[in-house]
Design a protein around this ligand. Sequence first.
Ligand SMILES: Cc1cc2nc3c(=O)[nH]c(=O)nc-3n(C[C@H](O)[C@H](O)[C@H](O)COP(=O)(O)OP(=O)(O)OC[C@H]3O[C@@H](n4cnc5c(N)ncnc54)[C@H](O)[C@@H]3O)c2cc1C
Length: 507
Amino acid sequence: MSKNVIIIGSGAGGLSTAILLAKKGFDVTVLEKNSSFGGRGSVFSAQGFQFDMGPSWYLMPDIFEHFYELVGEDIKDHLTLERLDPSYKIWFGEQKEPVSMTSDLKRDSAIFESYEPGVMKKIELYLKEAAAKYNVSKNTFIYKPFDTVFDFIDRTTIFLWTKFSVISSFHKHIAHYVKHPILRKILQYPLVFLGTSPYKAPAVYSLMNHIDFEMGVHYPMGGMTTVFESLFNIAKKNGVKFLFDTPVEKILIKDNRVEGVRAANGQNYQADIVVSNADYHHTEMNLLDRPHRQFSERYWQSRTVAPSGFIIYLGLKKQYDSLVHHNLYFTDKWKESFEAIFDKTELPENPSYYVCAPSKTDPGVAPEGHENLFVLVPTSTDLNLDQQTITTYRNKILSHMRETMDLPDLEQNIVYERIFTGQDFSSMYNAFKGTALGLAQNLTQTALFRPKTKSKKVSNLYYVGANTNPGIGVPMCLISAQIVYKRIHGIKHGRPLSAKDTNFYTA
Ligand SMILES: Cc1cc2nc3c(=O)[nH]c(=O)nc-3n(C[C@H](O)[C@H](O)[C@H](O)COP(=O)(O)OP(=O)(O)OC[C@H]3O[C@@H](n4cnc5c(N)ncnc54)[C@H](O)[C@@H]3O)c2cc1C
């Protein structure tokens, strides 16, 4: 008889684990508290606008391709990818003129050289190292289960440590190559994808610049939601059952072994294996009794949590030529803006922010002649904002956007608006302290030091998603699912999962 698996949550990690285990013949049921799949990658529609609620950057196309191929699917049957050109446009607090980056080094080098003549030679060296770090990490490191300390100290890590800057500060690593503050910001900003600050992240993450500058930025037509929709469809095709509006309130355990879960509707669901895709803190502190938890509340309070977000979804009755698909504003109070997010508990006074206008690429996400904007201001966690504060901050951000990004009459052109803050992250996803992304990926919360995919206390209890290995982002969650699969099947190697490892049936 096939084993029953319950997966708590249908985010990227939950959906991809469901597919892998269903393809191996497990009987998989996903219990999701919300009324649809996707977790932080949820979507909503209003007045003819479609809004991706969370992820908007389709990065690391190679990781997606590998996952689809692994589960016997041709990614082209599911996603129509557009390469964005420019990749993104940046406005700066220090200067009026924005710059556009293209992920084409030949074209981008003119921008780099205009700020710091002769810098391209150094940037090429920097990116060569970043590419090597990415390729070594991708094939041997980020797919590791980190079962034991030997996963951390092996030939690959020793190679990485001895050959490249790995654990020194990311900020200092960049400073070694590039002097101009604007160029430093351009190289540092991708760390927001990891929920960390360039002043606190290890230099190994310069691999993010390889992803940014050399792999390009893509967009799946129909929105990021099409990624989640395709994972959901593949899961269903392989027999996965989904129960929506079914929050789990307890993981049932007997003799330190999972027996199933109890949902808030009072019903028990038997399982031989439980995989929690809900946030790690929520699973440990709310779904498990004290003796079955691996970490105390004190441990969680000592963690660095990735930023929360002040998000404004806007439907406009006008299209603005000054915007491209991805737009960024970098404040001139750069260091202070990271301190405001990581060291204080208040809305940042001089924030950097991001504006996504997917209707620039995809006419299907806004009515004709209209624009769909997603405005994200990274903020500290643990904010409890009242309506007055929300309104004041919203006005401040919109007026800054209007002036800086050349968006005349912005406020007058709004026909739809919704604001989403840390409180919403907590209530919608059970996010710890209202974090948008989970545990930050700083040195002490990476690899061996991140909460593990397998419980040390309870047999057959696993964790998947952004809070565990390898970390934050949709592609990382696809890898996290492969690590869980390896754990369940006793596969020890650190390489991407392959057909040789899985021996799947064909759906
Ligand atoms: C604003 C924003 C922008 C982002 N931008 C990008 C980007 O551009 N590119 C990128 O790759 N990544 C991006 N990310 C990160 C990425 O979205 C996440 O890392 C990833 O989607 C997290 O997936 P997950 O598997 O950890 O699960 P989650 O998405 O966290 O899903 C967990 C699921 O568990 C459910 N759940 C919680 N508690 C229970 C319970 N008790 N019972 C049942 N179900 C429960 C939740 O409802 C949720 O559906 C962004 C995230 C945010 C919020």
